[in-house]
Design a protein around this ligand. Structure first.
Ligand code: FNR
Length: 191
């Protein structure tokens, strides 16, 4: 079974991106993926420093990396903070990008050669497009194949109903389509 991890760049109670991540996880499962939800709120990840890496590599950074190494693909769902991605998410990517064990300096075993998709929800009418552009670039840098499909949910405060479902059919269908493509590409890359 194709294994996909879903990582959300917000830990906020009532987060629109967490709602979007939950919807997308359900669609990934509907398209045959085995989904692992990576909840950054449960991981103790200090801001990356070389000193911590050398002397006290955080146990949760190892745990995060091991979880990602075991995946065939990743779905990242993130808000835009000041035109980029939240430090929370960048820091998690930075830790997971570091070599461990016998790996060479740029092994990138959590990411290299795997499929990724990106989604984001924002309260602005622009939907966090600048954040997703940065996220796409970062994931390319760690050698992921980021599929062209992406989902933006603008005006997120008005986009979800009380059950966390998207009110409009168009973004809901884009979530489904993107999930289907991510599973198909991840599967093809690991065949
Ligand atoms: C934001 N927000 C925001 N929105 C946006 O579209 N572009 C931006 O550059 C920013 N910048 C920004 C910075 C910081 C520090 C915060 C806390 C927020 C607003 C953001 O879209 C809104 O808070 C979302 O609700 C965050 O996503 P979650 O937590 O609902 O998933």
């Amino acid at each position: 079974m194709t294994k996909i991890a879903v990582i959300v760049g917000s830990t906020r109670d009532g987060s629109f991106n967490r709602a979007l991540g939950a919807l997308a996880a359900a669609r990934l499962e509907a398209h045959g993926a085995e989904v692992t939800l990576v909840d950054l709120a449960t991981l103790d990840l200090p801001i990356y420093t070389a000193a911590l890496e050398a002397n006290a590599f955080p146990a949760d950074a190892l745990k995060l990396k091991a979880t990602l190494v075991a995946q065939d693909g990743l779905l990242l769902v993130s808000p835009e903070y000041n035109g980029s991605i939240p430090a929370l998410l960048k820091n998690a990517i930075d830790w997971a990008s570091r070599p461990t064990g016998d790996e060479g300096l740029v092994a990138l075993s959590a990411f290299r050669g795997k499929a990724a998709a990106i989604m984001g929800a924002s309260i602005s009418p622009f939907g966090g497009i600048r954040g997703l552009a940065h996220l796409r670039q970062i994931l390319g840098t760690v050698q992921m194949l980021v599929i062209p499909d992406q989902v933006l949910v603008p005006s997120a405060h008005a986009a979800f109903d009380e059950d966390g479902q998207l009110k409009d059919a168009l973004p809901a269908s884009l979530v489904d389509m993107t999930a289907a493509r991510l599973v198909a590409v991840a599967k093809a890359l690991t065949a």
